[in-house]
Design a protein around this ligand. Structure first.
Ligand SMILES: *[C@@H]1O[C@H](CO)[C@@H](O)[C@H](O)[C@H]1NC(C)=O
Ligand SMILES: *[C@@H]1O[C@H](CO)[C@@H](O)[C@H](O)[C@H]1NC(C)=O
Ligand SMILES: *[C@@H]1O[C@H](CO)[C@@H](O)[C@H](O)[C@H]1NC(C)=O
Ligand SMILES: *[C@@H]1O[C@H](CO)[C@@H](O)[C@H](O)[C@H]1NC(C)=O
Length: 185
């Protein structure tokens, strides 16, 4: 009987975890708009996120009338933190967008919990390097979510050494700027 109860208990726990609000398809795009913080950034081409064009920090996402996304980013240009406004056009495919930035890129939403986090996967069409991003609604996330992201990166062929934690960088900038709401580089 005790064993049966234990089994039942475990099943309930598992059922709840599986139902934790993480969406992997049929995305409700208006729900992904609003403020986000860059948490982790990963690429098979480490230079691009270490000190390159793909080292960017998100501020917010908004939805345009024509179903394109407007994503306001920040990136360093010649050592100066600069606004990077990106317009990303819908491909018509669920959660898949194109963006012209340093080449033609296509990205997709891998998973989202609208009130907690979102994971994007980006591929440069011609160069075909990979980029994965974890954004959260808060300036930092749980170590569990970070670990899960690292596992997802590995599935996409990005080694864990190539996952950069941007929260440290961000926090330092916040202190310096005394502007907690501005994500910087
Ligand atoms: C998101 O995550 C929180 C905390 O795990 C959970 O309570 C919530 O139901 C999830 N789903 C959505 C859609 O926000
Ligand atoms: C980053 O790139 C800039 C411009 O190419 C260079 O001047 C700088 O030394 C680089 N910094 C690091 C830490 O690699
Ligand atoms: C959607 O609207 C934005 C802003 O007006 C524009 O920059 C973008 O090119 C449009 N995209 C398409 C596919 O029409
Ligand atoms: C993306 O591909 C284009 C075309 O090959 C290339 O010019 C561009 O440098 C690539 N972008 C990045 C960030 O590597």
């Amino acid at each position: 009987m005790k064993l049966l109860l234990l089994c039942l208990g475990l099943t309930l726990v598992c059922a709840q975890e599986g139902n934790s609000g993480v969406v992997r398809s049929n995305f409700d795009i208006p729900e992904i708009t609003g403020e986000w913080f860059s948490i982790l950034l990963a690429s098979d081409d480490r230079e691009k996120i270490e000190n390159g064009s793909m080292r960017f920090f998100v501020e917010y996402i908004s939805l345009l009338e024509n179903s394109s996304l407007f994503i306001k980013m920040h990136t360093k240009v010649n050592g100066v933190c600069t606004e990077l406004p990106l317009t990303c056009d819908s491909t018509g495919e669920d959660g898949v967008y194109t963006v012209s930035y340093d080449g033609e890129n296509k990205f997709r939403i891998l998973q989202v919990n609208y009130s907690q986090h979102i994971i994007f996967y980006l591929e440069n069409f011609s160069d075909s390097f990979k980029l994965l991003e974890l954004y959260a609604r808060e300036p930092d996330t749980s170590p569990e979510l970070k670990n899960e992201f690292v596992e997802i990166c590995q599935k996409y062929g990005v080694v864990k050494e190539n996952v950069i934690d941007l929260t440290k960088v961000g926090k330092l900038s916040y202190l310096w700027l005394s502007l907690p709401e501005v994500p910087c580089c």
